[in-house]
Design a binder for this molecule. Sequence first.
Ligand code: NOJ
Length: 562
Amino acid sequence: MQERSKVPTWHHDAVIYQLHIKAFRDSNRDGFGDFRGLLEKLDYIAELGVTTIWLLPFYPSPLKDDGYDIADYCGVHPNYGTLEDFKEFLAAAHARGLRVITELVINHTSEQHPWFQRARIAPKGSPERDFYVWSDDANRYAGARIIFTDTETSNWSWDPVAQQFYWHRFFSHQPDLNYDNPAVLEAVLDVMRFWLRLGVDGLRLDAIPYLVEREGTNCENLPETHAILRTLRAAMDAEFEDRIFLGEANQWPSDVRPYFGEGDECHMAFHFPVMPRMYMAVAKGDRTPIVDIMAQTPPIPEGCQWAIFLRNHDELTLEMVTDEERDYMYAQYAKDPRMRVNVGIRRRLAPLMDNGRKEIELMHALLMSLPGSPVLYYGDELGMGDNVYLGDRNGVRTPMQWSADRNAGFSSVDSAALYFPVVVDPPYGYQTVNVEAEERTPSSLLHFVRAIVKLRRRYRAFARGTFEPLAPENRHVLAFLRRYDDEVILCVNNVAHHAQYVELDLSEFDGWRPIELWSGNGFPKIGALPYLLTLNTRDFLWFKLEPPGGARRLDAASPVGS
Ligand code: NOJ
């Protein structure tokens, strides 16, 4: 059980595991995962070595956007259990030292939400109607782009009951709340308090750039939106201890930076642009995309931390790349048009890497060593596959693969009753890719992921250190230092397909000794001349640099690794 401190620091060292209740474990044979099933599997999550669980939306909802269309902010969808089940899960997670982040989806609700049902029949201009953004003219706010380009043609939809258009940045069944109505902010503050009072440790703020609309702008990142966030944050800090906001702002680094405010908005924000650039670097065998985006990443206030990820429940978004880069990504990673959705790619990590073990390990090494708290997406630790024949982004939301038993051990219901079919085809089928099999196999990806998470957590520099890229001539190699207090970590990655040698300028550490972190082995001392390393295909090496007189070797981290 963790103590609560007044000001949170835990997010700096977090390793986050993202999951959907629906997809994790079905305890009552209805075809949907539920909180009781998740409870059964909490030890598995703790064993992974992660510190924090991020739960996708589990509230009452028509589930037309997988729960991001909320019909009741303060309940639990009956498919997933009850509020009591949620409380029990939270207590059990806390008892294992795991923090829990849930979703605060405050840009929009479901059209089924009583606020919207009330708004449609309320008189024009009344406070009830004004909970949402209405217009008689569907040409307002023409500067706002459409996000779900595959399904929506306008951000306005006609409501025959209200006899007006309503504004929605996402699906037409998700009307946007109107933050120009102070009652909306009050209502949302109450929702926030509800979950924080229950003991939730953090809230992911969904789709925050779009809270406020103004004519003549693109309706993203407006000052009024930042003012709302500061109000939420001030209320959280005044009334609760040790809680955090994790902002979802799919924007360029310079536009995300303001979401940290002066340390008075979000504690964490996803670094969206670095994500596709890890894939780009590996496809091109060139470090430049990563180095360039890191150079464009501004410093963030003290107390703040990035969240980085390889994949999540959405498409691998390509909004934060140039047109040319997007074409390149589609050509490399989504040759079949079915693999594309909106402005992105709907595939999981393992298939994106053509199931190449070295590539999957290298991507994890980048995830665990670049600045920010890493977020793992459920199933990727096993190398689970996807199903591009399921609509929307559902292909990456199939049931967790626990064993070779019926329905991958996810549920004992008839297979036809599952919310989605389990992945069956080779090489990703549940018969071989599953927790039980991988636990039994010391060389499995699961064991590797457990080991790399543990290794990262041993050295605080990974979580809190500087990011100091080195500039060796060989651009196939990405090398950087992470420095925190006395700890200096050197990470060297061969992002290319062929073996490389690299000469690193480490003259600053003349007389120091690199100690390789997996094996604990001391490498030759650094001198004044360039330090030579060789790396096999897609290899990565992590070293602790020990000053003269320091350790000559360390305890080995684990028998698993590259
Ligand atoms: C972002 C979520 O990640 C995505 O799944 C959802 O569809 C949109 N927000 C709309 O809520």
